[in-house]
Design a protein around this ligand. Sequence first.
Ligand SMILES: C[S@@+](CC[C@H](N)C(=O)[O-])C[C@H]1O[C@@H](n2cnc3c(N)ncnc32)[C@H](O)[C@@H]1O
Length: 216
Amino acid sequence: MVSNTLYIHSLRYQWLNRFYDPVVRLSTRESAVKKALVSFLPPTNQGEVLDLACGTGTLSRAIKATQPAFNIHGIDGDKDMLDRAKKMARMAELDIHYDHGFAQQLPYDDSTFDVVTSSLFFHHLTTDDKRAAFREVYRVMKPKGLFLVADWGRPQNILMRMTFGMVQLLDGFETTADNVRGALPAMMEEAGLFPVDHLRTMATPLGTITLLRASS
Ligand SMILES: C[S@@+](CC[C@H](N)C(=O)[O-])C[C@H]1O[C@@H](n2cnc3c(N)ncnc32)[C@H](O)[C@@H]1O
């Protein structure tokens, strides 16, 4: 564990991991969001890809299934989530590497990845940890690499703001405040991930998800 940081598991408590996939499937329009993210991958079918905070590996499997020639690493700080990801990749006969590690201190060399993806993750980090994680993404990406993010964004309307309260109750008010303020793009740009494009805004039962794209 990275020292002095708050670790928020997928559904706050590790013993709830077993419920993560069905909860996310039903409450976040998971399939549509991840499909949309995958659609913004570059047309080239080669390269090193990192899925940051991969959880049970749903996004990494969707990427591998779409672009089999990509060499994909998923990383997560929760070994139990990684075990679930490994098991599902084996069952789907997909060759994906899963590594244990923390976004604030990635165990990869500088300029390793052509593409870094991340879904439903940054709202788990404090402001300082978000900044540290974005700096790490910048460090491990090759020059002119691609960074694709799907995470909670500024609510589109009062209903989305109200339903997002459920996420805040579970994942914490401190870590989600930057998302509600729509602050992720500015933080990404500060870390060198520039320019940030807003690709999509998607309404879900638990609030507004924003798809962002940046370069290094
Ligand atoms: C809400 S889940 C999202 C999982 C996956 N990306 C998805 O879209 O289903 C958040 C994940 O972030 C992981 N996580 C939380 N803090 C982390 C950190 N500092 N470094 C790496 N992983 C972290 C959790 O273990 C969890 O698997």
